[in-house]
Design a protein around this ligand. Structure first.
Ligand SMILES: Nc1ncnc2c1ncn2[C@@H]1O[C@H](COP(=O)(O)OP(=O)(O)OP(=O)(O)O)[C@@H](O)[C@H]1O
Length: 452
């Protein structure tokens, strides 16, 4: 991935001027950049996307970037985190490095430094799974059931048209994958860009959002960057009212105005939007424009929930197992039975996360129900294995653990398990844990874990 066209960054930065300049520069380099201006928005973005790099400012209007990162880093699965500090924030940056962040940049810094880091991290092969997911766009696993074959046929039918397509379905069901599949099927369009607009993450400030979408100050926006490709409006129901009007005009006239420009620009991009919200209900409630809904929903394709596709579930589970397991692993009979019974409220995303976690935590080669659904095992036989693994210190105490103690105990137990699985080899364990060797040593020292 030294070519940055397939890479993505989530940036959490509240300074509109610095943030916008950086976003534009990264996007010009072909990096898909999601920008959150608050800690809350950043957390929402990180729960939905696995970027190749997280850039996080330390001071945010609604909280502390340090606390946010310390809380989320364990869930990021090895995605590198680079902290941005203003003058005077060095102490916090150092604390974050100790807590597992990968690097820091002291502001102001040129955008090129971020691009260099992206390349360097990519060479360390610490990228995330989304790029691999893209590879499966040509033949998506778990698209064999009758409803998915019907969806595939519909995508093929509408692929070469220009018409706007709306993809609906529950969260995590694979709407993003379907949008990429549509793009890949669309002939000449497939070699043009596929540009993602994360509608939920556009800045609340309309002018700033308009610059990102339509461009300004001589720089193109996302609509223009899509060229003759696909403009993918993810979670379009989250588009603020002011931007709904601009989008409607774009759909009707196929033209837009760069901010501050006099001449409109024509777009040849095809628009594909997704939503997991009930848009007609939003229209009825007056929070989504009826005319925009009408324009968007001409061709609406619905992705069925995973619980209605048991055959696909098995295919997908095996796909994720192959992807996350380095050694030979399988599903135990009770593991597969439990998966077939589970209602999968988080759909394919939940399945992916459960298999990934089970591969890392389970000791036996065959993943059992308790590895895939540890919350059920814990309910049946408290205390949790993670806590019981930390002898004396916590398991025998009568009063409840503080959050920090519980986190340390779980982390300590997990590091011990992974180290044991890797035969005590620090490099392998760090790789499996998605952290650097230095970070692992540091954590082991702090948590009192030794290599036996
Ligand atoms: N058929 C598939 N093969 C491999 N991975 C898949 C497949 N379908 C979905 N995924 C993975 O599941 C996760 C969720 O998929 P995706 O983002 O497309 O869902 P979504 O319906 O757009 O979710 P949301 O509405 O929450 O944005 C992603 O990591 C995606 O790569």
């Amino acid at each position: 991935m030294t070519d940055l066209a397939n890479s993505s960054v989530i940036m959490i930065e509240d300074d509109p001027v610095f943030g916008q300049a950086l976003v534009q520069r990264l996007r010009l380099a072909g990096v898909t950049t999601h920008w959150a201006q608050t800690a809350e928005m950043g957390e929402a973005l990180l729960r939905r996307h696995r970027p190749h790099l997280v850039l996080c400012d330390i001071r945010l209007p609604d909280g502390d970037g340090e606390a946010l990162m310390v809380r989320l880093m364990p869930e990021l699965g090895g995605v590198p985190v680079v902290v941005m500090t203003a003058f005077g924030g060095l102490d916090q940056a150092v604390r974050l490095l100790r807590a597992g962040a990968d690097d820091y940049l002291a502001k102001p810094f040129p955008a090129q430094r971020v691009l260099d880091k992206l390349r360097a991290f990519a060479q360390e092969d610490r990228g995330t799974e989304d790029a691999e997911d893209l590879a499966s766009v040509l033949d998506p696993p778990g698209w064999r059931s009758p409803p998915m074959l019907a969806l595939q046929a519909e995508l093929e039918r509408v692929a070469s048209a220009e018409a706007t397509v709306l993809l609906t379905g529950e969260s995590g069901v694979g709407k993003g994958v379907a949008a990429r599949r549509l793009h890949a099927l669309s002939g000449a369009r497939a070699v043009a860009p596929f540009v993602v607009v994360d509608c939920a993450a556009l800045p609340a400030d309309t002018a700033a959002a308009e610059v990102i979408l339509f461009g300004g100050d001589g720089a193109p926006g996302l609509v223009e960057s899509a060229g003759a490709g696909t403009l993918f409006l993810d979670e379009v129901s989250d588009l603020p009212a002011s931007l709904q009007a601009r989008l409607l005009r774009l759909l009707e006239e196929r033209r837009f105005l760069r901010i501050g420009a006099a001449e409109p620009v024509q777009t040849r991009a095809r628009i594909v939007a997704t939503t997991n919200a009930d848009l007609p209900a939003r229209v009825a409630a007056g929070t989504f424009r009826a005319d925009l809904w009408f324009r968007l929903s001409g061709i609406t394709l619905v992705l069925p929930p995973l619980r209605t596709r048991p055959g696909d579930l098995q295919d997908l589970a095996r796909h994720f197992l192959r992807r996350f397991a380095k050694a030979e692993r399988s599903f135990a009979d009770d593991g597969m039975a439990a998966m077939l019974e589970h209602p999968w409220p988080g759909n394919v995303r939940e399945l992916r996360n459960r298999v990934e976690r089970a591969v890392l935590l389970a000791d036996a080669p065959a993943l059992a129900a308790q590895d895939l659904f540890p919350e059920c095992a814990n309910r049946a036989a408290p205390p949790s294995p993670a806590v019981a693994d930390a002898p004396g210190e916590v398991a025998t105490r009568a009063e409840p653990l503080s959050l920090a103690e519980a986190r340390d105990a779980a982390e300590r137990a997990h590091i011990r398990r992974v180290l044991a699985r890797c035969g005590g080899r620090i490099g392998d364990a760090a790789g499996a844990l998605g952290i650097s060797r230095t970070t692992l040593w540091d954590r082991m020292r702090r948590l009192g874990v030794s290599v036996r």
